[in-house]
Ligand binder design. Structure first.
Ligand code: PMP
Length: 361
């Protein structure tokens, strides 16, 4: 059976080893006579799967003990709403750093809940960079500063994160969590849907400083309160057990690969192959993001004519390269090179791009 070179933006590639392990355990998990999906989430086996995934995530990201790890549902999009519901209390403002499409959605939801300001925006630069620390203006009464670590659509990534003293930074890391080492203690909260770097869709990872969620406002229904899920160790209601199990397998795979620092090196090398083709193409390919903020997860680029872009996509697909169409809001081309996309796939794409250029320049 042949597998494609999968450059999908999300859901995205999952390591073959992870899929094979899940396949081997699919029908009869640990001799329980049933699959992981068929057993009670209150049983000893699932409790261990839940705990092991948390412990591995803590180990791989070096998460300090005063941070809780939660496995939630509703995608990162639900976090856009629950963050202001839990933290944007009376007299406070939500400060959003506007770097593109996903930051914009976080802002929209916060506005529904309470006073929201844009602490900085790179709209004037077509969202092709992240702002510097100095550009970000945060009022004293900010409940938090929200940043989008990697804009999946724009292909723009923070290389360093801003800090604001006692005001917590909350980062949407949906499209680059576990792609590089981070200092978790710089953040009040980090969240990410699993479906890009961590496994299948259906579970959202939240890493949050425990003092921030000690007690959520009483006016919020139970499912939307972080303290509910924290007190219940992410077992308040029926969890997305298969997705959590798959996240656990993916984390084991990351550990076997040498951990996050090792993956970061591979991700840099992978994306360099493709950015180099763009940079050495004499304008045939045009990189979208400014160089200092180029993403190691989503490479966004254009070809000098839209007709050539269409032809590129068609020929790429025929050659086994899948998912290279840019997001429908911005057009162009995008190669998503998440952890599970191999160096070999990137090398072959780079070669394909060169050949396509030679034939069409
Ligand atoms: N934030 C970012 C940066 C994303 O890339 C996405 C999904 N592509 C989301 C949030 C929304 O995630 P979900 O679909 O899990 O709600």
């Amino acid at each position: 059976m042949s597998r494609v070179h999968n450059f999908n933006a999300g859901p995205a590639a999952i390591p073959l080893e992870v899929l094979e392990k899940a396949q081997a355990e699919f029908i009869n998990f640990e001799n329980a006579g049933m699959s992981i999906m068929e057993m009670s989430h209150r049983g000893a086996i699932y409790e261990r799967v839940n705990q092991e995934a948390q412990d591995l995530l803590r180990e791989l990201l070096n998460i300090p003990n005063n941070y809780k790890i939660l496995f939630l549902q509703g995608g990162a999009s639900t976090q856009f709403a629950t963050i202001p519901m839990n933290f944007l209390t009376e007299g406070k403002v939500a400060a959003i750093v506007d770097t593109g499409a996903w930051a914009g959605k976080a802002k929209k939801e916060a506005e529904i809940i309470g006073e929201t300001i844009v602490a900085a925006s790179t709209k004037a630069d077509s969202y092709m960079r992240t702002p510097s620390q100095e550009e970000i203006v945060v009022p004293d009464n900010a409940a938090y500063v929200h940043v989008t670590s990697n804009e999946t659509i724009g292909g723009v990534q923070y290389k360093e994160f801003p800090t604001f003293g006692n005001i917590p930074v909350i980062a949407d890391m949906s499209s680059d969590i576990l792609s590089r080492p981070i200092d978790v203690s710089q953040f009040g909260m980090i969240y990410a849907g699993a479906q890009k770097n961590l496994g299948p869709s259906g579970v959202t990872i939240v890493i949050v400083r425990d003092d921030l969620i000690a007690e959520s406002p009483k006016t919020i229904p139970a499912m939307f309160r972080y303290d509910t899920h924290s007190k219940a160790n992410s077992l308040y209601n029926t969890p997305p057990s298969f997705a959590v199990y798959m996240v656990g397998l993916t984390l084991k795979w990351i550990k076997e690969k040498g951990g996050v620092a090792e993956l970061a090196k591979i991700n840099e090398a992978k994306t360099k192959l493709i950015y180099d083709v763009i940079d050495e193409s004499n304008g045939f390919y045009i990189g979208c993001a400014q160089k200092q903020n180029r993403s190691t997860m989503n490479i966004t680029f254009r070809i000098k004519s839209e007709d050539l872009e269409k032809q590129f996509l068609k020929e790429a697909e025929a050659a086994g390269f899948i998912g290279l169409k840019g997001h429908r809001d911005v057009g162009g081309l995008r190669a998503s090179t998440y952890n599970a996309v191999s160096y070999e796939s990137c090398a072959q794409l780079a070669q394909f791009m060169k050949t396509f250029m030679q034939a069409n320049a």
